[in-house]
Design a protein around this ligand. Structure first.
Ligand SMILES: *[C@@H]1O[C@H](CO)[C@@H](O)[C@H](O)[C@H]1NC(C)=O
Ligand SMILES: *[C@@H]1O[C@H](CO)[C@@H](O)[C@H](O)[C@H]1NC(C)=O
Length: 725
């Protein structure tokens, strides 16, 4: 069941033989909707777009027509139509179109509809499909049609002159729970009546396209800035599209494009419609938001997660928070956040592992709490979401959609927080447009069948989904999305903006003190943001002149203060500093010529991480300033040195066994220590005030004979690596 998008840039002309008809014919659309579902709103959007005159029957009335999604029903629709036609039946030149609304859209206006209708030379035209429903035994009574045509009546759409339509619809008895399609089928199959009232089926889809069983026949096309559907079996471009039957997911996906919601030339045309503007609203008048924060598995960068939450520019006294964390590992992150910010929020409630709530129950509680706190919006967010856009809450509210998720991805991957389609098994299926959406080649707000990790729900939708997260058969996110779809509540994904990204939670090793430090492979993007100096990229740029405090000693901004602190902590936590003696069993030769008090990166399990950092971040700098040298990023000696008075405070003059040496200052001169810094004897040049997070790079073996000057107070830490020994 896939549909394809083809771009054609030609004008399709509709040729027809006009039926003798009055020039001032007009169309009155009638539909039945007892609730303003999202499907109904979509219907109205398209009706308004094509300026169709719509009268809605039954709004606010109790639906007694049965559960039509599950079985038959719909007699109530016939009864409502009879009543409405009663009032209209004597109007001159009136053509009435009766259609479903929850799963139907228009892709054309009155003029095209009338032209297509008049071509039939009929007084009443019903839509047609390939299935004889609800009574297959009636199949043989239908007139024979060609292979390319549809044989059986579908009552989701029909059109007729008002007098004949009234005549037809008022024949026979009908009760609310009767099946409307069966009712119309029987009338149609009455040959005499059919001839008398001139009733035909739209067997070629000139007006109506019922999509059930026909998805493979249709193709989405664009001409100029509008989109339409082309049926390659019937050779027509139908005007009214009906997503009948069990194909709602595919239909919703198609409607992202039809009726010009999105087109290749004009982009998203529906994104700006029905939106709310919070601009100029006083902070005290902002709507109340309930935020449910869920750490259901051990997740890296939890501290950054909470920093992001704290940085949201939404008035905090309008936000209530519930935090559920399933593993004690996150206790420290949660407590740190709560301690620092609790008093700023309206309320903060924590569900710790001691409460023994399942994920589903915790999520259900958050929904209930939203109603209890009279929130207007509920935002669910998982620990894996790094929410970097601090206006996210405002923007999601302003979109004014029942359920909307900001798109977030694992950087550089196709892994996102939504599914474009759903397979028969109820799980992920890639849609035709998935990659274009993930890569933001098409930007807009997209109706999708499944979202997760972060989304906002308008509170008035919550009563119909209470309790929905718990389902013994499936995971909470599958369960909630299924319920939302079942309630005809649309799930949207918004990829118009950058909101943030997803971290990879797989194989998260939590055996270290600062586990994020070890995430350079699994979460490079997030790691980079946390640990790489914000000016690093500029330092690397070809047109940036890098400072040289001494000849051929280059100075680069390399890592953040957070890196420095985490790295020192990790070393001190390990604690097995070498004695600074020549005998060193950590070395292959067992002997160190110029010993320091140090810990090697491999002793804290960070060697391969360091070598990766060296290769990815440091070697490019080397290539920039030492033109023509191509480093192998080979380094055997990688270590943190600790200098302090009373232990080892200095290092005697020496050469390094390296082609080049790098030396990152991990703490701050004059704050953390006094004295220290390298001195290059050949040039009689010292770098006394090294800067935290900055790296010195100099040749190792010949020209840069150097010493470490004495630290006179405090403790100085440096990271040293001998590259290409
Ligand atoms: C928000 O959406 C609802 C439902 O579509 C609509 O009735 C309402 O007018 C919208 N709000 C604004 C300010 O457009
Ligand atoms: C929000 O983000 C903008 C743009 O990144 C930044 O300039 C601003 O300082 C941030 N505000 C807060 C409160 O963090």
């Amino acid at each position: 069941m896939e549909w394809k998008i083809i771009f054609v840039f030609c004008v399709v002309s509709f040729s027809y033989l006009p039926r003798t008809s009055a020039d001032n014919e007009r169309v009155q659309v009638l539909t039945v909707a007892t609730e303003e579902t999202d499907g109904f709103r979509r219907f109205m959007r398209t009706a308004n777009k094509y300026q169709l005159n719509v009268k809605v029957l039954g709004l606010g009335e109790k639906w007694e027509g049965g559960n039509m999604a599950m079985s038959t029903g719909g007699g109530q629709k016939v009864m409502l139509l009879r009543k409405a036609l009663e009032e209209l039946k004597d109007e001159k030149d009136l053509v009435v179109m009766f259609v479903d609304s929850y799963d139907l859209i228009f892709t054309a206006g009155e003029k095209e509809i009338l032209q297509a209708f008049n071509k039939f030379n009929a007084k009443v035209v019903f839509s047609a499909e390939d299935f004889c429903w609800p009574d297959r035994r009636l199949e043989s009574q239908y007139p024979i049609v060609r292979m390319t045509e549809k044989r059986y009546l579908n009552s989701g759409g029909f059109i007729g002159l008002v007098a004949e339509l009234y005549d037809l619809v008022t024949r026979g008895d009908v009760k609310a729970a009767d099946d409307d399609q069966l009712f119309y089928t029987k009338l149609f199959l009455d040959e005499q009546l059919r001839a008398k009232l001139s009733v035909k089926l739209d067997t070629r889809g000139e007006i109506f396209q019922n999509l059930n069983g026909a998805l493979e026949e249709v193709t989405l096309k664009f001409k100029g800035s509008s989109g339409y559907l082309y049926n390659s079996r019937t050779g027509t471009s139908p005007l009214v599209i009906h997503g009948n039957g069990p194909i709602k997911v595919q239909f919703n996906s198609l409607t992202n494009y039809l009726a010009d919601q999105w087109t290749p030339t004009a982009g998203c045309q529906s994104c700006k419609e029905d939106t709310i503007d919070l601009e100029g609203i006083k902070p005290e008048d902002f709507p109340r938001v309930m935020m449910g924060i869920f750490f259901e598995e051990k997740t890296p960068f939890a501290d950054v997660f909470f920093e992001n939450i704290a940085q949201l520019t939404y008035p905090k006294d309008k936000i209530d928070i519930i935090i559920h964390y399933a593993d004690e590992f996150h206790k420290r992150h949660v407590e740190r956040f709560v301690k620092a910010h609790q008093s700023e929020y309206r309320s903060v409630v924590i569900f710790s592992p001691a409460k023994q709530l399942t994920e589903g129950t915790a999520r259900n509680r958050a929904l209930e709490a939203c109603l209890k706190h009279s929130c207007l919006y509920y935002l669910a967010i998982d620990g894996a979401v790094q929410l970097e856009n601090n206006r996210t809450l405002q923007m999601l509210i302003e979109r004014n959609r029942s359920v909307i998720a900001p798109m977030v991805l694992r950087p550089g991957k196709l892994w996102s927080n939504f599914w474009g389609s759903i397979g028969k098994d109820g799980y992920y299926k890639r849609s035709e447009d998935y990659i274009d959406l993930v890569e933001s080649k098409r930007k807009g707000i997209w109706n999708v069948p499944h979202i997760t990790n972060i989304y906002m729900i308008q509170a008035f939708r919550i009563p119909s989904i209470l309790g929905a997260y718990v389902d013994p058969e499936v995971d909470p996110d599958i369960a909630i999305c299924a319920r939302l779809r079942e309630k005809d509540i649309f799930l949207y994904i918004d990829n118009q903006q950058y909101y943030g990204h997803l971290v990879n939670t797989e194989n998260f090793d939590t055996t270290h003190l600062h586990n994020d430090l070890y995430q350079i492979f699994d979460n490079r993007y997030t790691w980079d943001k946390k640990y790489v100096h914000p000016e690093y990229k500029r330092a690397l740029a070809a047109d940036t002149v890098n400072p040289q405090p001494c000849p051929d000693v280059y100075w680069f901004p390399m890592v953040t203060p957070k890196f420095c602190q985490d790295y020192i902590d990790e070393m001190e936590n390990f604690g097995k500093w070498s004695g600074g003696k020549n005998q060193d069993e950590r070395l292959a030769g067992g002997y160190e010529n110029v010993p320091t008090v140090d810990i090697h990166t491999n002793q804290i399990g960070w060697e391969k991480h360091w070598l990766h950092f060296l290769k990815e971040y440091i070697v490019p700098l080397n290539a920039k300033v030492f033109t023509g040298y191509y480093s192998e990023a080979r380094a055997i000696m990688n270590f943190v040195v600790r200098y302090r008075p009373g232990e080892q405070d200095r290092l005697r003059p020496h050469h390094d066994s390296s082609t080049f040496t790098i030396n990152i200052a991990l703490n701050t001169h004059m704050d953390d220590y006094e004295g220290g810094g390298p001195r290059f004897l050949r040039y009689d040049c010292a770098v006394a005030g090294t800067r935290r997070g900055w790296m010195l790079m100099h040749p190792g073996r010949l020209t840069h004979f150097h010493e470490g000057m004495p630290v006179t107070k405090g403790t100085r830490y440096i990271m040293v690596s001998f590259v290409d020994p």
